[in-house]
Design a protein around this ligand. Structure first.
Ligand code: SF4
Length: 328
């Protein structure tokens, strides 16, 4: 088994709510609420859940792009932060580590500077980190463009001259410039046409093999997650409700929320269709989450104890864990 590359322990990220004349803190939005997981080298770990469940905040907090409220993250043996121990990586070390940890954003239109040529965008990191001269960095940009399926002679063009799919390839090329070990894809194909989505996923898979990459792949689309990820965590209101391999989650979903998500998934063969479970009610306010199991206000199988006791994690197998009172 490969070594652990990313170790996340009891991670919390709360955003304060302020109100009143003196802008006093009156509560918290619990975007990420006590999650623990590891990602092993070469693995693709998927995070799935409805919009606003805390997937993107999890990714950004791991990368230290927003300060954590509690918990710890260790990357390749190096502690990025441990709130309980009051240990935080210093700026210089983080900058070095950042070369190994990159992110691809959802919107390829907003994430590329329209005033910079594609070559300048891709080579910026190499020049900033003093890893190459401008000329060398531009040559590397050309190589990366080719690797991502765009002809090298487009290197002096600007982002507006490309289609959405090509822009996302440029974003991917940028993320590879510093030769990272770990990439977070924050809904990287959500803004693309369906036909282009498959091409970008194939590209990400090829690059993983060629460059020995490890991914945290964030998506609300279970179909994509199933195709692409080795292990998957299902998130609801900032917490994990079920974690398992792709086979475990799709063949034996145990948490009712996972079952709801799967029942809404389109399938190619009508014989594979699951009975659709329609959720009642809206997603609860993350500033004031329900007591007990956070899903109890919408769960079709909720019992009395679900609103009182928070379910503890149950281990079904080495890789399959679930939180639900119905699972014994
Ligand atoms: Fe539903 Fe209760 Fe299980 Fe929560 S603990 S998912 S409310 S059955």
């Amino acid at each position: 088994m490969n070594r652990k590359l990313v170790e996340v322990r009891n991670l919390k990220k709360y955003f304060p709510i302020r109100g009143g004349v003196f802008s006093k803190k009156i509560g918290d939005v619990k975007a990420v609420d006590d999650i623990t997981f590891d990602i092993r080298e070469g693995e693709i770990f998927g995070l799935v859940g409805e919009s606003g469940c805390g997937k993107s905040t999890t990714g950004r907090t791991i990368l230290n792009l927003c300060p954590p409220t509690a918990g710890s993250v260790v990357f390749a043996g190096q502690t990025i932060f441990d709130v309980a121990e009051n240990t935080y990586i210093n700026k210089a070390k983080m900058q070095k580590l950042r070369r190994n940890m990159q992110i691809i954003f959802q919107d390829p239109f907003a994430s590329l500077d329209p005033r910079m040529s594609v070559g300048a965008i891709i080579s910026e990191g190499l020049v900033k980190h003093k890893l190459a001269t401008r000329r060398e960095a531009l040559e590397r940009a050309k190589e990366l463009l080719e690797l991502c399926g765009i002809r090298y002679d487009n290197v002096m063009k600007y982002p507006h001259e490309f289609s959405g799919g090509q822009r996302q390839r440029i974003s991917i090329a940028r993320s590879l410039a510093l030769n990272p070990q770990f990439i977070i894809g924050d809904e990287p194909i959500a803004a693309l046409d369906v036909s282009i989505q498959a091409q970008v996923l194939t590209l990400l898979q090829d690059l993983k093999e060629k460059m020995n990459l490890t991914y945290l792949f964030i998506s609300h689309d279970l179909g994509v997650i199933r195709y692409f990820c080795d292990r998957i965590a299902v998130m609801y209101l900032g917490s994990f409700v079920e974690v398992g391999t792709s086979e475990e989650l799709f063949n034996n979903p145990l948490n009712p929320y996972t079952q709801v998500l799967l029942s809404a998934m389109p399938v190619a063969d009508i014989r594979d269709r699951r009975k659709r479970i329609i959720l009642q009610g809206d997603v609860p306010d993350p500033a004031n989450p329900p007591s007990g199991c956070k899903f109890h206000t919408r769960c079709p199988y909720a019992q009395k104890r679900c609103s009182q006791d928070e379910p503890v994690e149950k281990r079904i197998s080495e890789t399959h864990q679930v939180r639900c009172h119905l699972v014994d």
